[in-house]
Ligand binder design. Sequence first.
Ligand SMILES: [Zn+2]
Length: 426
Amino acid sequence: MRLGCTSVRLNTVVATTQAPIRPDSTRLALAMLLARTAVWISQRVLRRSGGVIGGRVIVKLVPGAGEMLAAGRRVALVSGTNGKSTSTAMLAAAWATEGPLSTNSDGANTPAGLVWTLANARTTAVVLEVDEAWVPWAIRTFGPEVVVLLNLARDQLHRNPEVGRLARAWRDALSAVPTVVANADDPWVAWAAQTAQHQIWVGAGQIWDEDSLICPECGELLDRTDGWSCTCGHSRPACDWTISDGVIVPPSGSSLSYITLPGPGNLGNAAQAVAAATLMGADPEAAAAALAGVTAVAGRYATVRVGDHDVMLVLAKNPASWRASLELLATRRNALVLAFNADGADGRDPSWLYDVDFSELRGLQVTLCGNRATDLAVRLEMDGVEVTGQYGDVRGALHALPPGPVDLLATYTAFQDARRELGRAA
Ligand SMILES: [Zn+2]
């Protein structure tokens, strides 16, 4: 696997047999021309990715560009706190069994990046990963046929501290959506999804329930004895699709196996992707089979050889994804590098470390790096996890470990740093 710095790259899954969809506005065509020039300058002269700049130019010159570019297309949106990029790649692979489509595989999931993706899309079908906070905007702008809703939990505490506020914004916006494919195991998602015109419920699982202890409807404590339910009547919906032991179970009751990506969340992501692709016209078995091709999304779960080490890269951004990842890594029992930053995209407030239980890492060899590694070292000591050392970069942390397999778990910006650093070595 070759790793490297990712420039903005539109991923047209199947590309050139269809003619580009042309904007029917002279002003929009001019804006796109200027945007492409801005992107060219950004990439060639400034050596920076340029898609977001391109999108900003278009939106500035033509405020209604998003609506114009989405007109006549079949748009699917994917959102949630965790698993967006992976689930978007899965849905793109699954739906592409029916024909060509485009998607924002560069991960640019706010308005400028989304508009830029559409401006360059040559297909009618489009799958877009959308930042949780921008879901209402994306619904109003793109008029999606389906919205896939994965989960809601704390993420970037300085930016989206209130899960309930996001859920309320989703709920208000979703009444305009024909169909949602929603995770029935997440009470906030289920509550938000109720207002859509039609729901396909997927029992995709919930690894982190500590942000959904109370009923979104009435504020009472939820009963978690069997799924979740409340005395007010709000309870886990009956599911159309379920998961079980590496298998996706569609409404027909057949079994679709999925074992490609590790971790407890990915089977649920796969089930939601196949359910959405099926809604859009794909054959469920072909859609599930296509997921085998989704092996590493933007470096996640990629394994690279670095010196004497085989390193699997795992991204974990918030308490929910750290818990899911630690569950996975604790069973693998490999040596560990934990790379911990608290820069803007990570969320500048790392106090959530104290909501994650690290005790499963006791007995493993652990080294640390990242600009807030000391915060993590203190937390690990409180949970009785012995740390071999703290280093200035990933290479240093790796070299302190014996040869063999290593799992590297990193926050968002630390993950990008690690990809750059190891990409040169790989
Ligand atoms: Zn209630």
